[in-house]
Ligand binder design. Structure first.
Ligand code: ASP
Length: 439
């Protein structure tokens, strides 16, 4: 059995609902469907959830939100009418408007109604059972999900083999009030449903054909990543485009359920498969899974003669940073020098105090800071124990005249990370991509 989640763009209008139905009809294993609120139909359009937040902001300030509410209502009424359905959603909408006007509704409940209405319509269209997320996604008082109880509640409600539609994004607090996940949280609902029902696969349908090997704003038409492990994904996603909500990984990973990112607008594309590990080799010539990176880092570097024989220099530096609540990304070092690499934004305000404290406490011979550094990471599980990969990376960068400011490779050899000047960032990614991906 497969749990399938459709994101906002897959729920944007009646045409998209038809595509969703075709996708479900194409595979009878696709039985449990989790949906987002209606997303953008075209660039410049509004996401339903954004309109709901806006509506709440209006009532907060005592401003009438009828116009926005009508736009929200019409999106759903249009979908219903275009699909020729008879579901009386006006009843839900009127009740909702009444509660808004009476200021009886919380922000979280109001913004969750996009998913609620999507799911009701989709269930009616497919002839599937509607299961309200409030009846099974149970939050603890601290906002974490009570997985055991939630899973049991869903198991007792799903009539397996029949088909069910569930709204994403929200659940219920112990007192029954509606609580939402953070934005994009329908991915988490889908993952919880997959874990609760021991699905064979969690399919996450969106509007891209999976994760791409590099940012398409930097590399022209980058290839999709067919297979990626959870560990690689963590490395890739620290700067990459948000295809999947970070917190949706945990429930499925725990149960060893693979996640398949798919494209509603290109259902024939296999998308990206995310799994703990892969047996066999999909593409033996490809050593790099993806390339990612971020600009605007700073490097604080210090040297001290005889440092390699002294205990505690690095600890002193890290203690200063810890005191300021700053987390460090990388710590490249030499015999008598050490550097810490961190996002410039995290030290900007307190830089001079931090430098003074390091000077006082670690007593280095030299202490410098360099800004405008970009960090680039080549990520790939197949780089491990394979000689020549970093040689190839640095040769390619050297030939292109890109100066490397820092190099870091984790002991698990899952990534090779290097720093370049901000101005070389895009070129470094292009050079890497072109030297590893043969068209
Ligand atoms: N509709 C919600 C949002 O835009 C949740 C989701 O789509 O995943 O954040």
């Amino acid at each position: 059995m497969k749990v399938v989640k459709f994101g906002g763009s897959s729920m944007a209008d009646a045409g998209q609902y038809r595509k969703v139905r075709d996708i479900l009809m194409a595979d009878p294993e696709r039985k449990v469907v989790v949906v987002s609120a209606a997303g953008k139909r075209y660039s410049g359009d509004h996401k339903l959830t954004d309109l709901l937040y806006l509506c709440y902001a209006h009532i907060q300030y005592g401003v009438d939100c009828s116009t926005i509410f009508d736009a929200i209502a019409n999106r759903y009424i249009d979908i219903r009418n275009e699909l020729g359905l008879a579901l009386p959603i006006e009843v839900d909408l009127e009740l909702l408007k009444h509660r808004i006007d009476a200021k009886e509704i919380s922000q979280e409940e109001l913004v969750s109604r996009g998913e609620y209405l999507s799911a009701k319509l989709m269930a009616d269209y497919l002839g599937f059972q509607f299961i309200d997320a409030a009846d099974w996604v149970k939050f603890n008082m601290d906002g974490t999900v009570n997985e055991e109880e939630s899973y049991k509640a869903l198991q007792s409600q799903v009539i397996l083999g029949y088909g069910a539609v569930i709204p994403g994004f929200y659940g219920a607090m112990p007192d029954g009030t509606i609580h939402t996940f953070s934005r994009g949280g329908s991915d988490i609902t889908g993952a919880l449903a997959a874990a609760a029902l021991d699905a064979d696969v969690y399919e996450n349908w969106t509007d891209v054909s999976g994760f791409l090997m590099a940012d398409p704003r930097i590399v022209d038409d980058p290839q999709a990543i067919p297979e990626v492990t959870y560990d690689e994904l963590r490395e890739l996603s620290y700067s990459g485009a948000q295809v999947l909500h970070e917190d949706s990984i945990f429930p499925v990973r725990e149960k060893n359920i693979p996640v398949n990112i798919r494209n509603t607008n290109d259902p024939a594309a296999p998308g990206t498969m995310i799994q703990e590990k892969f047996v066999g080799d999909h593409d033996p010539d490809r050593f790099i899974t993806g390339i990612t990176g971020k600009k605007d880092f700073s490097i604080i570097s210090l040297s001290k003669r005889g440092m390699s024989n002294q205990v505690g220099v690095l600890r002193k530096v890290l203690t200063v940073l810890e005191r300021h609540g700053i987390s460090v990304d990388y710590v490249p070092n030499g015999i008598d020098n050490v550097s810490v690499v961190l996002p410039t934004s995290s030290i900007e305000k307190e830089l001079y105090t931090i430098m003074a404290e390091i000077k006082k406490e670690a007593q280095p011979d030299t202490l410098d800071v360099h800004h405008q550094i970009a960090v680039v990471a080549a990520v790939g599980r197949k780089m491990a124990f394979r000689p020549g990969i970093s040689g190839k990376i640095f040769a390619a960068l050297g030939e292109s005249g890109i100066n490397i400011r820092m190099i870091n490779q984790g002991p698990d050899e899952l990534n090779i990370i290097f720093g370049v000047d901000n101005k070389d960032f895009k070129e470094a990614i292009r050079v890497l991509y072109n030297s590893f991906v043969t068209k």
